[in-house]
Write a protein that binds this ligand. Structure first.
Ligand SMILES: N[C@@H](CCC(=O)N[C@@H](CS)C(=O)NCC(=O)O)C(=O)O
Length: 228
């Protein structure tokens, strides 16, 4: 009998995208909360799951998958009825979808990191400001393209939601929550509001909020972090 998948996550991180996908699927799954402040992500137990020490990681009855884009691709193929992504009918269509996933994980995510937490990668307040500014400029460039895409459609791929929308939602939540000025991107703001109306997204945010509350109670996370 197949066992339920287990997602390693931490609230507010990019693991939210995979968590949303699991909520959208609606099949039973488990989560394991990693406490970054305690260094859980560098502990041998977790490094045995993901040697890169990063969330998300998904343990399935077929093996362990790391990297959001790989997890999303796997879940979309394994649970086609959840319609996480359109079903590619040719190598070209598959390549286009992989390019879109990679755009979020490889182009946008590093810019999010520059804006949200440049401290571990710089040595002075000036360098930190420069890195944030550089991240904001890069993100603005990419969000302008997305803002244009959303001119004639509610979701990134058209009339139907896909996990790409949740990836965009995480980028928006994380960066605007860290002070990025998103005022020129009204369509992306509306897209985010639309996204948060989805029952699966609500469940995902509630799950993260409960995890965050638990961490705050244990003194293992700052109390001011928001979940939406
Ligand atoms: N390319 C990876 C990035 C994963 C990643 O950077 N996760 C962050 C949280 S958003 C993390 O676990 N950081 C901990 C660390 O790097 O030490 C993916 O798309 O899954």
């Amino acid at each position: 009998m197949a066992t339920s998948p287990v997602l390693y996550f931490a609230p507010g991180t990019c693991a939210r995208v995979s968590l949303t996908a699991l909520e959208e699927i609606g099949e039973p799954f488990e989560t394991r909360l990693l406490v970054f402040m305690k260094g859980d992500h560098r502990a041998p137990d977790f490094l045995a799951v993901n040697p890169s020490g990063k969330v998300p990681a998904l343990v399935t009855d077929e093996g362990t998958i790391t990297q959001n884009s790989a997890i999303l691709w796997y879940l979309a193929a394994r649970y086609p009825e959840a319609e996480l992504l359109p079903r590619p009918s040719s190598p070209m269509e598959a390549a286009e979808l992989i390019a879109q996933l990679s755009h979020f994980s490889a182009d946008l995510h590093p810019l999010v990191t520059r804006i949200v937490m440049p401290v571990p990668i710089v040595s002075s307040p000036e360098a930190e400001m420069q890195l944030r500014e550089n991240g904001a400029q890069g993100l603005t460039f990419h969000l302008r393209v997305i803002e244009q895409t959303l001119a004639d459609r509610p979701w990134l791929l058209g009339e139907r939601w896909s996990v790409l929308d949740s990836y965009l939602g995480w980028v928006w939540f994380r960066t605007t929550g860290a002070g990025f000025d998103g005022s020129e991107f009204s369509r992306i703001g509306e897209h985010y509001a639309r996204l948060n109306e989805r029952p699966a997204v609500k469940r995902c945010i509630a799950r993260e909020a409960a995890a965050q509350a638990e961490l705050v109670t244990r003194g293992l996370a700052p109390a001011h972090l928001k979940n939406v």
